[in-house]
Write a new protein. Structure first.
Length: 191
């Protein structure tokens, strides 16, 4: 009986420790042409699954602003040379907590969102919409491209003592793998 109790306790502790780690991944991505009157471009819509670990939650709750970015790259394959980088751009997101008003704030290039809970703030950060990533004149219709998207915490924007801690502590590592997908623009998309 004691062996079974010990096994159950070990499983519960293991599950609890797993929830201490931060994690993120790209769950959905879509490129579509912009709608008038916006400039002619291909817009990215992406969704992410983000889980802040204990250390990052504690840091935000103590007033440390966290800066994140969504990175996008578009490459053209060349048989005679290395692949050509057609577009490389970033979408900044800032998460902070104001202890005086007891609100979390998410700042994106398009808006600012205030909420009383960290969960609501994180939910707001999980979706990027209408981000113009590819100017129409940078790509050729019918040409295949390889696109990549990822979400990550900018460790270089943390105060120096936290940067040093982040180098040796994986709880500060919040970066998704690159999600790679093929993209071939079609003429019909612009009609």
């Amino acid at each position: 009986m004691h062996g079974l109790l010990g096994l159950v306790l070990m499983c519960v502790l293991t599950v609890g420790l797993a929830q201490l780690d931060s994690s993120t991944r790209v769950t959905a991505v879509k490129l579509e042409p912009s709608k008038p009157p916006a400039a002619a471009a291909w817009n990215l819509a992406a969704e992410f699954e983000i889980e802040l670990g204990y250390k990052l939650r504690e840091a935000v709750d103590r007033g440390l602003p966290l800066q994140f970015t969504v990175d996008f790259q578009l490459m053209r394959s060349r048989w005679y040379w290395v692949d050509e980088e057609v577009v490389s751009t970033t979408y900044p997101l800032n998460l902070s907590y104001n202890a005086l008003t007891r609100t979390y704030r998410v700042v994106t290039p398009n808006n600012t969102y205030n909420t009383p809970t960290l969960e609501d703030a994180m939910q707001h950060m999980t979706k990027v919409r209408d981000w113009a990533v590819i100017p129409r004149d940078r790509i050729e219709i019918g040409q295949p491209y390889t696109a990549q998207v990822r979400f990550r915490l900018l460790l270089t924007e943390l105060p120096k003592p936290f940067q040093i801690s982040a180098l040796v502590n994986s709880e500060w590592d919040l970066s998704s793998e690159w999600l790679t997908f093929e993209f071939t623009p079609k003429r019909e998309a612009w009609k």
